[in-house]
Ligand binder design. Structure first.
Ligand SMILES: [Mg+2]
Length: 236
């Protein structure tokens, strides 16, 4: 069967997410210090981790939604610092906007964008992410025809819903799609479980975890990806 759709994970597949979130968090804290100096006198930033644990514990309804989790932590922080709920809401939205600005300023892995542009000529491309990246702000709005996230489908990978949503939107069978991602469970095993082909980004030469069905192919550098896609496409 010919391959028609390529679905891509985003975080840690197209860019390193830890450094981006770390920098976005620092930008957000700088913004809070500059815009809310009175609050900073009363609130210790080290208390953020306790608030985060409380939100994770008390709000399982937003377990898949990192945006709502972060907003809820910020609201609680501002209330703890003496703000009324209305003031805290406004301040939380402002702080989050600054975080989101940093979160969507990414450094792509070498060769990632050229590979996407090349593949886009022959295949439909969807983005499938558990994270909160905004493909339009990042500059990939013209590359992906659709973007599914844990927030938009209401469940995070490895739950099959994101994969099924992409296949349904494209109107194709699972065997006509390849999922490309870095995570053995969330990306590779989950996509294989719904019947999709899989290509694993293994940048650091890790060995495949025991007990998981192996991916159909793997690569370490994006220059290798287009040829792998064509190989799977002609094989199937
Ligand atoms: Mg990832």
């Amino acid at each position: 069967m010919t391959i028609k759709l390529l679905t891509f994970d985003l975080d840690d597949t197209l860019w390193d997410v830890e450094s981006i979130v770390h920098r976005a968090d620092a930008m957000m804290r700088d913004w809070i210090r500059a815009q809310h100096p009175g609050f900073v006198e009363k609130f210790d930033f080290r208390d953020f981790s306790g608030l985060r644990e409380a939100v994770l514990r008390e709000r399982p309804d937003i377990a898949h939604d990192f945006t709502q989790q972060r907003l809820e932590v910020l609201r609680r922080a501002f209330v703890q610092g003496g703000y009324t709920p209305a003031q805290a809401e406004l301040a939380a939205q402002g702080a989050f906007a600054e975080f989101f600005r940093g979160r969507n300023t990414v450094e792509f892995f070498p060769g990632a964008v050229p590979a996407l542009l090349e593949l886009r000529r022959d295949f439909d491309l969807h983005a499938l992410s558990n994270g909160t990246a905004d493909i339009h702000r990042i500059g990939l709005g013209h590359v992906f025809s659709r973007h599914f996230s844990a927030i938009s489908v209401g469940a995070a990978k490895p739950d099959p819903r994101m994969y099924l949503a992409a296949l349904a939107a494209a109107g194709i069978a699972p065997a006509e799609a390849i999922h490309i991602g870095d995570h053995p469970q969330q990306d590779m095993a989950a996509a294989a479980a719904v019947g999709m082909n899989t290509i694993w980004l293994n940048r650091h030469g890790r060995s495949w975890p025991e007990g998981l069905l192996s991916p159909d192919a793997e690569f370490a550098d994006f220059s290798e990806l287009p040829a792998l896609v064509w190989r799977l496409s002609s094989r199937s």
